[in-house]
Design a protein around this ligand. Structure first.
Ligand code: SF4
Ligand code: SF4
Length: 327
């Protein structure tokens, strides 16, 4: 497995260091939906400290969304996401994992564009499921930009399924030839920075909302939902990026008091593999509770879908906002 945590990550300790402080519990979207400590990072660490085997943690491991909210709050700097990925790698194959493993054969991997590009978009399954928004994102990247087609690489990273080196040999060269890599699949931000340390890599949402015309178009009655996976992959820089946005525009953000980004969806391993989904209703309602909001803008398609499904508010994707301002 080529990556678990970034080599420069500050999160290095393992479950043995867990003090049981429970700071990671309230930030965890899975705990908030299930109210079951066994589904929280603390629950997993404590279970492992008391001798639990991977087989005892199957359901807990499947539910983690890898949103990244727990790592920055952990005072012991435990690599909580890396721990989930490592343990998932030891799980017996579910039908979804077996299918993914079968798909990750070099001959079956879709070929990426080989010419060098000014900009290349890594859309992920969410953006690819909305062709009109994918088209808008490519237009915003500019003439001659293109997109990759390797959602299974991202899914394999999340599910602990081994990625054959030849698959990465297919995936990475077109990206390294581009001047700018824009990533809509937040889970790929940290891995790409490890694989391509010299590349210029920007999360799609953070890149678009940095545009003056996009910033000018949002205000205090907007609720702006940050891509939590991209945000926590670059936590210290992103805290400042979005702090400035809030200072400048007064916009409401999905950040808690510790500046941890809270996702509106709990899209977990089982859901991504097409197995059991979690219901996002309670979570969306918790995020919107007490807010005076006229519009929601999301950086991810998963949050867009969850909030549209569970609220009556107008919800748009950041690419729609950026495209409106570009005209
Ligand atoms: S990564 Fe997110 S879902 Fe997983 S344990 Fe941490 S906070 Fe919970
Ligand atoms: S925040 Fe860290 S130390 Fe505290 S309970 Fe969670 S995993 Fe353990």
């Amino acid at each position: 497995m080529p990556i678990v945590t970034r080599p420069d990550s500050t999160y290095r300790a393992d479950y043995a260091a867990c003090s049981g402080c429970t700071l990671c519990v309230p930030v965890c979207p899975v705990w908030r939906q299930t109210r079951d400590l066994r589904m929280s990072p603390e629950g997993r660490c404590k279970a492992l400290q008391h001798g639990a085997a991977v087989a005892d943690l199957v359901h807990s491991l499947e539910t983690c969304t890898l949103c990244g909210a727990c790592e920055p709050v952990c005072p012991e700097n435990i690599a909580l996401m890396g721990m989930v990925r490592n343990l998932r790698a030891q799980l017996p194959d579910s039908p979804g994992r077996a299918d993914l493993r079968a798909r990750l054969q070099p001959a079956d991997i879709p070929k990426n564009p080989t010419a060098s590009h000014e900009a290349i978009l890594v859309p992920g399954a969410g953006l690819r499921s909305k062709p009109e928004l994918l088209g808008l994102a490519l237009k915003l990247l500019g003439e001659g930009s293109s997109s990759t087609t390797n959602d299974d690489v991202s899914l394999a990273l999340d599910t602990g399924v081994e990625i054959p080196p030849s698959v990465l040999d297919e995936f990475l060269p077109p990206l390294s030839a581009a001047r700018h890599i824009v990533v809509a699949d937040g889970g790929l931000v940290a891995p790409l920075r490890t694989w391509l340390p010299k590349a210029r890599i920007s999360p799609l949402g953070a890149w678009l909302i940095a545009r003056p015309e996009c910033r000018a178009a949002i205000g205090a009655t907007d609720f702006y939902v940050i891509d939590t996976r991209a945000y926590h992959a670059d936590y210290e820089r992103m805290v400042l990026h979005y702090h400035r946005l809030r200072e400048e525009r007064g916009v409401q953000l999905n950040l808690d008091l510790q500046r941890i980004a809270i996702p509106a969806n709990a899209q977990n391993q089982s859901q991504r593999l097409g197995e059991t989904p979690l219901d996002n209703a309670a979570h969306v309602s918790w995020l919107l509770k007490g807010r005076k909001v006229n519009r929601v803008i999301t950086e991810t398609i998963e949050d867009l879908v969850a909030i549209r499904h569970h609220s009556l508010l107008p919800v748009i994707h950041i690419t729609e906002l950026a495209a409106m301002q570009a005209h």
